[in-house]
Write a protein that binds this ligand. Structure first.
Ligand code: CAA
Length: 282
């Protein structure tokens, strides 16, 4: 198989637990990783294959997400692609010769499920194609901001297969049965504006404003009381994973738990005293 990737060396500036700045050089083949203030930015970087999601890209993306999740200085993550493609799906070249037994013994696509373990919010900044696994990766993020030229689709049916990174489930929960069936069974792409109308996408912005908008949204989130942000993400996710009664109980529990944080005292005290809150993520 031809290697379409080149190694990227990126420098991540970290402040360690003693308050010292340390520079860590991450060497990745398929993504670029950087920190912009309190936001972790992961840019999918396989331009020659329109960011097709191969095994290496999954491994590197999950590793970067886990590092950001355990970094106390990072409060949210943005995953972006290139202007032409967020990601055009799982890597067809890598999969073409695989057999049932190959997938059964080494189901590497299911590793994407680990994105669900990330506690800090993840925003997908989608420009161009978000197809197949690319659409599924966007759906794995907590919300999607799309550029006006973005296209979403689950074209797997045209390849003789079906979605394999949770698309049939998350798309149905996100946009309802009828629209999910339309996309999964016809394989048609839907443009950004339609994706917004059906609730797949939270915001549509001009292409040149996409990254800035996504980073600003992530900075806003990262500026809030971090324990409460994590609890809020977890509470909303409960709506998709449990019956209403269990979700409501969990929300009540998390709501009470927020009162155990210093951030709750600070946020409410700041409001009462008409000043800006300073959250210390405790
Ligand atoms: N896997 C591997 N390579 C891919 C790819 C993919 N999913 N998508 C695009 N590429 C490669 C193309 O092979 C091409 O490579 P070469 O230059 O070496 O020929 C390069 O990216 C550029 O693509 P095109 O020349 O096709 O560009 P285009 O503008 O004419 O078309 C496109 C763009 C409509 C996105 C088209 O590339 C396409 O249809 N791609 C496949 C989309 C797809 O079927 N995705 C689902 C994959 S299966 C999946 O994701 C399963 C799952 O759920 C887990």
């Amino acid at each position: 198989m031809k290697n379409k990737d080149e190694s990227n060396k990126t420098t991540v500036v970290k402040v360690d637990s003693f308050g010292d700045k340390e520079e860590k050089t991450n060497s990745t083949e398929t993504i670029l990783v950087e920190k912009r203030e309190k936001v972790g930015l992961i840019t999918l970087n396989r331009p020659k294959s329109l960011n097709a999601l191969n095994r290496q890209l999954a491994k590197e993306t999950l590793s970067a997400l886990k590092k950001f999740d355990s970094d106390p200085d990072v409060g949210a993550v943005v995953i972006a692609g290139s202007p032409r493609a967020f990601a055009a799906g799982a890597d067809i070249e890598e999969m073409a010769e695989k057999t049932f037994i190959d997938f059964y013994m080494d189901d590497f696509l299911s590793s994407w499920d680990e994105v669900r373990t990330i506690k800090i919010p993840i925003i997908a900044a989608v420009s161009g194609f978000a197809l197949g696994g690319g659409c599924e990766l966007a759906l794995l993020c907590d919300f999607i901001i799309a550029s006006d030229d973005a296209q979403f689709g689950q074209p797997e049916i045209k390849l003789g297969i079906l979605p394999g990174i949770g698309g049939s489930q998350r798309l149905a929960k996100s946009v309802g049965k009828s629209m999910a069936m339309d996309m999964v069974l016809t394989g048609r792409n839907i443009p950004a504006q339609e994706a917004k109308e059906i609730g797949l996408v939270a915001r549509v912005v001009p292409k040149e404003e996409l990254l800035q908008t996504a980073i600003e949204a992530a900075q806003t989130i990262a500026g809030f009381n971090s324990p409460s942000v994590r609890m809020a993400k977890s509470a909303v996710n409960m709506a998709f994973e449990t019956p209403l009664d269990a979700g409501l109980k969990q929300e009540r529990l998390l709501f009470k738990a927020a009162f155990a944080t210093e951030g709750q005292k600070e946020g409410m005290n700041a409001f009462v005293n008409k000043r800006a809150p300073v959250f210390r993520n405790k």
